[in-house]
Each structure stands twice: as C-alpha cells, then as structure tokens.
Design a protein around this ligand. Structure first.
Ligand code: ZN
Length: 314
C-alpha cells in the first residue's frame, strides 16, 4: 500500500502522467478510426493538371506527383508524403493515360514528403542522387520522434480548422495539409516499409525512355544533400524539386569553395538548356516560368558575391 502522504506529494506529477497517457492513447485510437472517412473525402481535393499531352501533374495540398507517358512506360517524378494518398494519385494518372505500368520513379531529393509514397511504385526502378538513400535511412532511425512530430503537426492543423470558416480557402488548405500528415502517420502505424532508390548517381545521369528522355544533374548541398534538377527536352520541362520556387527564391545557405564550383557548373548546365525550357515544375506543384529560373540564376550570382546577405532567403 502506498502511504497517503506520498500520493499527495506526487499528486501533480501523477495527474501529468495520466494526462499525457490519455493524450497519447486518444491520438493512437482516434486517428486510425477517423482514417477511412478522411481518405474517402480526400479524393475531391485531388487535382489533375495537364502539363502537355504526355505529362500530368497530380496535386493535393503540398503533395505533387508528375506522371509522364513514355513509350517505355510511365515515368513518375516524386512520390508524395504517404502510401495511401499516392495510391490515389496513381489511380488518377493511370486513368488519364489508360496505362498502368510505371517504369521509372525519380525522387528529386530524399525528404519524406517526396519519398513517402515510393512503395506505391514497386514496379518501377527508383532513381535518385546517391545521398537520397542516406537521407531516407536517417528518417527511419527514430520512429518515436517522427510519430510525435506528426501528431503535433496534425494537432496544429486541427486547431487551424477550428478557427477558420469551413467554406474558406484557408480551411481547404489546412484540411489538405492535415490529410497529408495524417496519412504519413498512418503509414507509420501500419509499419509501411520505405522503398529505396535502386539506381543512383553522383554527378549527372541521362536516361532515354524511347520517345522521352530525362537529363539529370546533382545540384550540390542546398535544400537537402540530394537535390537534383531534371530536364525533359522533348516536353520542354524542368523539374526543380525544392531547389527553388517562384521568383527564384532558394534555400542555399553556405558558400564553401567546392559548393561554389558545383553551383557554377550547374548554372552553366542550366544556361545551356534554358532557351529550350518552357515550364518549370516545383517540388510542391508550383508551375513556374523562365523568369523564375532567370531570377534563380541571378540570385545564385548574388549569393556567391555576398553569401551572408543572401543566407536563408526562403
Ligand atoms: Zn524538401
């Protein structure tokens, strides 16, 4: 028997423990139950945008997956944040192309919101920069932490949803974001395995898929350690991953000699191709113009001249 005065002494601590346990249990039981209704509703928020007759961009909130119809099968750029959502995106582009075989999946970098749905493309060869594997391995080292952070993010979107008008754009945005993190959390609960790239490169790689080809280059350490650019000459498209967004905003934060050389090399690579590029697709589905790319190249030059002024520009 625990003496009464001991209980009194530790009462605040015991209450805190009970509250934390209740919160965790509520989180673990409530979220999966809610899941089915949640995913059924999400289909109405998925948008398919035709980039040209051979390429379709499937978007849901900040998730963006592009599918390109080639004579050797579908090539997919990035895989979204989760298995369950990306399964829905895949259904959409399969319908558009009346085709199911995915030959290649290219990850623009190793972050979980670009590789979380890799498992959906078991039929495809996964291509990425060699550092992508290291980054993905790093993410699964501590699942408890990932779970805690995902729950925190879901809770913050739940709070936003309570505060804004349910017919507003802000509500839709918060709902889609919650859906993304929610399904990533569900993948974790269901112990979904990560699907790692099987074909990696260090500097550049060119792959011909018959009528469409993919010209890739490593950017060097920037937004992540595995960022690549993908140029698709036949479709006049450039995929920038998360290297830059509208108005050429970027996330380049250091300027050691080797990185400067690398960026100079990539800038020349871009300059050589830029007059043939018509559309640039960002890692979260932003459709950008050549002006955004020019602004990015200018920002790169400014950054080299004054790295401290242009640190963390995004
Ligand atoms: Zn990223």
């Amino acid at each position: 028997m625990i003496p009464f005065n001991t209980i009194t002494k530790y009462k605040p601590f015991l209450i805190l423990v009970v509250l934390i346990l209740a919160f965790i249990l509520a989180g673990f039981t409530r979220l999966p139950d809610e899941n089915n209704a949640f995913l059924n509703k999400i289909n109405s928020y998925i948008k398919c945008i035709n980039l040209c007759d051979k390429a379709v961009l499937v978007k849901m909130g900040a998730d963006a997956v592009t599918a390109i119809n080639t004579s050797k099968g579908i090539v997919v750029i990035d895989a979204g944040i989760s298995y369950s959502l990306t399964k829905q995106y895949r259904k959409q582009f399969e319908k558009v192309f009346s085709k199911t075989y995915c030959a290649l999946l290219i990850n623009t970098h190793g972050h979980p919101d670009h590789t979380g749905g890799n498992l959906v493309f078991n039929d495809a060869e996964i291509v990425a920069h060699v550092n992508c594997i290291k980054e993905m391995q790093e993410q699964i080292k501590n699942p408890e932490n990932v779970s805690k952070n995902l729950l925190k993010t879901i809770e913050s979107y739940n709070n936003q949803l309570k505060m804004v008008d349910s017919s507003s754009v802000d509500w839709c945005d918060a709902y889609c974001q919650k859906a993304r993190y929610f399904s990533a959390y569900n993948d974790l609960l269901e112990k979904k395995q990560l699907n790692f790239p099987g074909l990696t490169f260090t500097d550049s790689l060119f792959i011909s898929m018959g009528d469409v080809s993919f010209d890739m280059i490593y950017f060097g350490k920037a937004h992540s350690e595995s960022d690549i650019l993908i140029y698709v000459p036949e479709l006049k498209l450039l995929f920038s991953g998360d290297i830059f967004t509208k108005y050429g905003k970027h996330h380049i934060c250091n300027a050691d000699k080797q990185l400067s050389l690398r960026r100079g090399h990539v800038k020349k690579w871009l300059q050589k191709r830029k007059h043939k590029i018509e559309k640039i697709i960002g890692g979260h589905g932003e459709i950008m113009s050549k002006d955004d790319m020019d602004a990015f190249c200018k920002n790169l030059v400014m950054h080299e001249k004054n790295p401290f002024l242009y640190n963390n520009i995004m």
